[in-house]
Write a protein that binds this ligand. Sequence first.
Ligand code: SF4
Length: 360
Amino acid sequence: MSDPLLVVDQLTMHFPVRKGLLRRVVGAVRAVDNVSFSIARGQTLGLVGESGCGKTTVGRSILRLLPPTAGSVHFDGLDVLAQSPRALRAMRRRMQIVFQDPYGSLNPRLSVRSILEEGLIVHRMGDAAERLHRMTTALDRTGMQAGCLDRYPHEFSGGQRQRIAIARALVLEPDFLVLDEPISALDVSIQAQVVNLLVTLREDLGLTYLFISHDLSVIEYVSDHVAVMYLGRIVEQSPAERLYAEPLHPYTLALFSAVPSIDPARRRGRIVLPGDVPSPSRPPSGCRFHPRCPLAETICRDIDPPGVTVDGHLVHCHVAARELDRAGGNASSAALRMAELVAKTLDKSASEDSLASPSH
Ligand code: SF4
C-alpha cells in the first residue's frame, strides 16, 4: 500500500476472566486476535462484521484507549504502543474518535463551548481568540452555527449532537479519525446526511478514516478498502470494489446475502447461518467460522486457515484457497465457484430437511 498512515500488525486484545473471592484469572475473552491491516493517507478502511465481533475493540486499541495484549500499531511511522504518556497525548491530537452514541459521548453538564474547548486547552492550542476561531470553524464545517456554543447537548437532536461530536474531533485538526458506528444510533432519515458530511470532510481536509459499521451498504459507500471480521479475526480484506464484486469467504457471502439490492446482478439467495456466534471466551478450534459454515470440512475443525492473497484480496478459508488455486489465481472464477458451492450445499440441506419432515 502506498504511503500508509496507519499500520496495524498482529493486534491482539484478550480480556482476563476472573472468578472467586481472590479474583483469580480463569480464562480470557479473546476479543481481537492477530488483526493486521494498513490505511493509506486520505483513504478509508471499512471494518465490518456482526456486533460483538471485536470491531470496536480494534478501534479503541489502536488509540490505546484499551492497552492491547500483543501486536503493534504504527501511526505516521511512530510506534503508538511505545509512546510515553506525554508523547501519547501529543499523538492523540492527531488521532481522534467519534463514538456511536451522541447522547452518551457528550457531557450533559457542559456547554458546547466547554466540550469543544476542552481539547484545545489540554493541547495548548492558541489563545482565547484563536480557540474561538477554531471552534466556530469546526462547527461551521459540520453544518452547525456559532450560536450553539452556549447551549447544552440536551437542546439538540441526535443528528445535531453527532455533528457536535464530529466538530469536537475536528477542532484539534486531526489527521486520522476512528468512526465507531457513527450513524447507527441516529434516525434513518438523518443517517445519509451524516455519512455525506463525513465523506465531504474527508475530501476537504484530507482525513484518513477507520470506519466501523455493521452496515454493508454504508461501508461500500464510504470505503476504499474493506475488512470483514468474524469472532475477533479478519476473515477477508480487499479493495472495496473487488470485495463487493467477488466475495470469497463464506461468511462474507452470508453477510451480502442479507442485504436487499435493487440491482438484479447483485441479488443473491439468502444464506441463513445456523446457530449463534460462539463465545469469544471459548472460540472454536481451527477456523472459527466452522460450526456455522455451510462448506465446513474436516480440515476446517483442526487447522486455522492461513491467509491467501491474490492482487491485494486476502481471504482466510481452506475452500476458497483451493478454488483460487484451481482457478489459477483468478479471483472472479473462484468467487463464482464459492457462490455456487454455498448455494448447492444449502439446496441439498433444504431438500434433505423436506424429506425428513414430510407434510401430513
Ligand atoms: Fe468454512 Fe472451512 Fe472456509 Fe472456515 S475454512 S470458512 S469452515 S470452508
